[in-house]
Ligand binder design. Sequence first.
Ligand code: SF4
Length: 684
Amino acid sequence: MSDGRYDILFEPVKIGPVTARNRFYAAPHATGHSPLQPNGSIALRETKARGGWGVVANQLSEIDPSSSLSNLPVDTFWDGQDMRLQSRLAERIHAHGALAAIELGHSGLRSRNLSTGVPPLAPTGLPILKPEVPVQARTMDLADIRAFRRMHRDAALRAREAGFDIVYVYASHDASLLTNFLSRRTNFRTDEYGGSLENRARLLREVIEDTREAVGDRCAVAVRLAIHEFYADHPLTRTNEGEDLMAMLAELPDLWDVNVSGWSRDSSSSRFEDEGFQEQYTGWVKSFTSKPVVGIGRYTSPDRMASLVRKGVYDLIAAARPSIADPYLPRKIAEGRIDDIRECIGCNVCVAMDGYSIQIKCTQNPTISEEWRRGWDPEDIPAAETPGEVLVVGAGPTGLESALVLARAGHQVTLVDRRKELGGRVAEESRLASLSAWGRVRDYRAYQLRQMANVNIYLDSDMTAEGIAAVGADHVVIATGASWRRDGVGSTRYTPIPGLDQIPTFTPDDIFAGVALPHSVLIYDDEHNYMGGVLAEHLARAGHAVTLVCPLPVISSWTNFTLEQPRIVGRLHGLAVDMRPRQQLAAITAGEVHLVAADTGAELGALHPDAILLVTAMSADDALLQALLASGADPARIHAAGDCVAPGTIQAATFAGHRIARKINGEPEGIRQREAPLLLAEIN
Ligand code: SF4
């Protein structure tokens, strides 16, 4: 049990007419589950309620067809047809003692409406806030504004009918019609809804009042407000209209949920922001209101959370990503199991999956989004019917995760690695500039494994096929990882780059091994995820002259999905890294590195770096697997997983480890790829 240090976090908090059982607030966040995947969406939230959160919120629920984010799988609450999903969600959250919150929203100038075909609504008719989408909004007249107020009021009434306890008025992330009215960037009206702050805030005030009048007798009314914006022109900040706005609205809602905007800042990765990074921007709000304030900032430390409450910064501690990485975080704190918290590493893979319009995945928690599809729970590993002996070779993310799941199921686990430390690639990568938080992938699993009597760990131990046969384990997991290729084969080129033998050539593995590179280094990034940019930063900080070449039009292009790309470019620019997108490394002759335009093949001349660092494809380290199979070992007892099968992200590696362990444990895969029973039942 808790020693009392964190009792303050378990105090009930009155929020208007309802009371949260504690101060843990599972914030609204996208889950990648569209209304077409209702069971998955419900099960994900239910797991959080079971994990002890005082409030569990759903994701954005759009209130009308005039607000459609099109390819993004947010929820809808257009009318009574959505009632079944929403009420079931509230019911499942209540079943575990949590309050259910619903974030009603209208995306205004962020709407694309490609599917609904209805022109987006905005205070001023402008191109929508997605410059690459050729859609323009129409200016709302006063009748439109009255209609919008009605639609929000009706949605609030539906939310009450569905059983929600907290009903949101959403004004954040630059993704709300209310924010569009509030901001000088997007509101150029000259009537009573434009001009002065009082006029621009009029619609927000009216909607808060409408919502309170509609549901305030039974539901708390929350406002999610971005009180600090990072936009170049007319940002809302504390000193730029923020205090004035709070003075106007302070006592209107029952709860203030404050954050920063845009979304890429609110969901900053650990590469750019530490835990608690929003305090400096939102921590002042509580001094302006008597109502409870919710603050967010990727909190995983209970000491930090308790301190915030004691100091009167926030009343409730919100979490999106930490509640994904560990849905049982509050329960673990209540039980005094602080070291058992699976801390978010801030990698934003979850965000990236939502950007792909699929169910979120998590590097730390392989069970997220699999609660219904596969029947997985992050803490509840079914006991093995016939516990056996399992040898896991490789203590990287795949090996660590599989060893942990198997040990929890009751197997006798032996974990072996040729390195002198646990963690594999995670240990190596977390030593690079700004990736230290990624070490949590190793730290959590290493701590758990070291507490277990049925686990033996052997480091600095090379295994051979003969050695494995001599161990005589019932099952063997091969998780030997991957190595970076040295021949130039990458995402845009499947044949080796000619001439690499004519210049000192390195890979990330050399950096991890501590090899010293010469002064000027050309990094060739044909992987396009984080590694090229991270190594450019790493080397530039160490005093190297760095040129970063990549064939795609955007540096570190996949990090657009993790919301990091513009900040990566900004940081590299600040470190004087010479960035060359759209350029392909064609060949090396006599120490000259020849570049061509990636799209036309036109020659761009030659560079003369001291060395090349290839960040291209990886090769699976499967020699041990092949030797084992060639030795006549029973293939049914040999299980390869992770990078040694198909190199990928660390998230893919932990997922592979989890999946293979459950398979060895005898669980049927049970994946339910398709889901729409609630909707199918209504087809006519
Ligand atoms: Fe945190 Fe990364 Fe998991 Fe997202 S994917 S919750 S950022 S660990």
